[in-house]
Design a protein. Structure first.
Lengths: 374, 374
């Protein structure tokens, strides 16, 4: 069915620091035909002067109440996501939320509870869901092409950051300012893909280095071990201290082994599922014959622009969202549980006790010597 | 200095099942010039008939007391390693022990305590120490070429075994018969290389599947997380249930990242050590320039034959052993600690309490419904 011609959605961007300004320029450059940049909001006068001709508000409340926009894109520090998202939804605006949708699970629940009007579109900026490699992996898993998943190993350590990066804001990498480190800032994408592809695990035991590589109080080095309801196991490793980093996802399943690394997806496909072969073979040292399968994938998809265009399509045409905000709670729950497991040195079962984590986080903030966000 | 011509060492092989017979044939085929197969011992009359012309004893004690040999190679089920090794050393024979040198740490200590005569050569069959890939990795680590080690990830899951394999002996994969699964039978090599290259860790928390893939009572699936004295972390994963398996060792160090996989060793070398770069760079999103380094290595070394020839050279010429038996305790301690951590669901600190593990193992044997070795 041909889409009817329509006017672009009038969008306000709340927060035009690094990423917010990037999104604004993409829209002004015509990369998202479905959106029109109708207003921006930022506390900084310098930033408010960035986009001449675009109405600029000194605070989010002013923009939300102005009537100038139908939708907002929220690109502010993490802790403000829940109050700003709630305010916008209550004002009847569609909302696109940068990741993470909030800092901790209880705040995610509060934010999602504000989404009471089903006519309002509420999406999350999980742009890596547009990557054809991860789409293909998810399709293969969900179609059963891999058979039952047995083990996952994701080393995602190509998030190297210098001390200079951490110096760009006093709120950065503090419990009060960001509510976490690599898991809350860099890794929400990977944690989202992890649950998007594999579903939620049953439990986690994790080991974090807090300020291992940088002079920060939050985690910058993580090794997490997961178990899933079907007994599959997983190791997830991330860090902002390693150079050159690795991004390698290995999936061991009954039908073979899938490896994503360096823009290559390779499937070593067992002709006979491995456990069936183990049961039926008469040869002690044999293994199933395999096919070497490669997938003709190139590029990494539309990323932010595709998510934003999809947001517009959802508002105008009712298109299904690539990343509904309600799915954003899972990556936060994974991040919170990893941190809690490492702090307590114990296994954390899913679902996470949201109140317990909130108390733990507040205690960390109280004990913190680092500055709050300005 | 040119070696003096000398007669080969007269060797007896105790246990001529699969591996023992393999070693015997290698010696008979002239692959180990320094050794002469002078006798064999085995309880099985069929196996004793395997090598016509070679004196064959029905039990090890007979061979050891016979005066027919100067040295023995012990290739018997794991639990007999300590008593047989002790008997041979006390009889004044040089000993080469198949891996693992014993089943648990306390038994290793007893065995090593029997080595009181420094003139006797006591080696262990860690043939993978002859592999030029692992030698190069060790040399690079020890020479400081990698700088300080930060993280290790070894996925060594290419030990796939069928149920038919586990059916080849009632003692196989039982607490009473082998004292463990993949860690005691297949992985001693990798655990030995692990400690040979990196030294011993400070602690381990591990997760084992006991009979996850096969109808056995011992571990056939392992994920172990280690921490080292310098705060380096490591993940070690092994299994006999995965096909096709992986053998990939990734080492993250200050000077870059070394990856061994599929007969390739690759070093992405940082021009500036990563932590120094993080401290000194003014750019938030930069990373050190890297060199792509490859090493012209081919083949996997002399393996068993090289270890056996080295044993002869040590006896005749005083050559240093590639793998002294006393170093064999480390891989056993690693295996024991991984199992204990998984059973108790807690972190185990090194050194392992050998008596505590022995008690735990005896309790497992008592509770076991599986057969003892015949």
């Amino acid at each position: 069915m041909k889409k009817l011609p329509s006017s672009p959605v009038r969008l306000g961007i709340i927060g035009i620091g690094g990423m917010g300004a990037h999104h604004a320029r993409a829209i002004l450059d015509g990369k998202v035909p479905g959106l029109e940049l109708a207003a921006v909001a930022d506390a900084s006068p310098e930033r408010r002067a960035l986009f001449p001709g675009i109405p600029a508000f000194a605070d989010a409340a002013g923009l939300i109440a102005s009537g100038a926009v139908q939708a907002v894109l929220i690109v502010t520090p993490h802790y403000s996501h829940t109050p700003l998202g709630t305010m916008a939804l209550k004002a009847g605006l569609h909302v696109m939320m940068e990741k993470p949708i909030s800092v901790h699970k209880a705040d995610c629940e509060r934010l999602l509870a504000a989404h009471t009007d089903p006519r309002l579109v509420f999406g999350a900026m999980f742009n890596q869901r547009t990557d054809p490699f991860f789409r293909k992996i998810r399709d293969l898993v969900r179609a059963g092409e891999l058979g039952e998943i047995r083990r996952i190993n994701w080393i995602i350590t190509d998030w190297f950051r210098t001390d200079s990066y951490y110096g760009t804001g006093g709120w950065r990498a503090t419990w009060a300012g960001e509510g976490g480190g690599v898991l809350l800032n860099q890794c929400p994408h990977n944690l989202d893909l992890f649950q998007w592809i594999f579903g939620m695990p049953s439990r986690v035991q994790a080991f974090c280095g807090f300020g291992r590589y940088h002079n920060i109080e939050v985690e910058d080095d993580v090794t997490a071990y997961f178990e899933f309801p079907n007994r599959a196991t997983a190791v997830f490793i991330t860090s902002t201290g390693e150079a050159p980093g690795t991004n390698r996802l290995e999936i061991t399943a009954e039908r073979g082994r899938l490896i994503y690394e360096k823009d290559t997806l390779r499937f070593d496909r067992n002709e006979v599922p491995m456990s069936e072969f183990a049961r039926t073979s008469k040869e002690p040292f044999s293994a199933p014959p395999t096919w070497e399968v490669r997938f003709p994938i190139s590029g990494h998809g539309g990323q932010h622009s595709e998510i934003l265009q999809n947001f517009s399509d959802a508002i105008i045409h009712g298109a299904p969202l690539i990343a509904p905000a309600k799915e954003g709670i899972h990556s936060v729950e994974l991040a919170n549980s990893i941190i809690l497991s490492a702090l307590r040195k114990q296994t954390i079962e899913f679902p996470l006790d949201a109140k317990a984590y909130e108390r733990e986080l507040k205690a960390l903030i109280t004990k913190s010597k680092k500055t709050r966000p300005s």
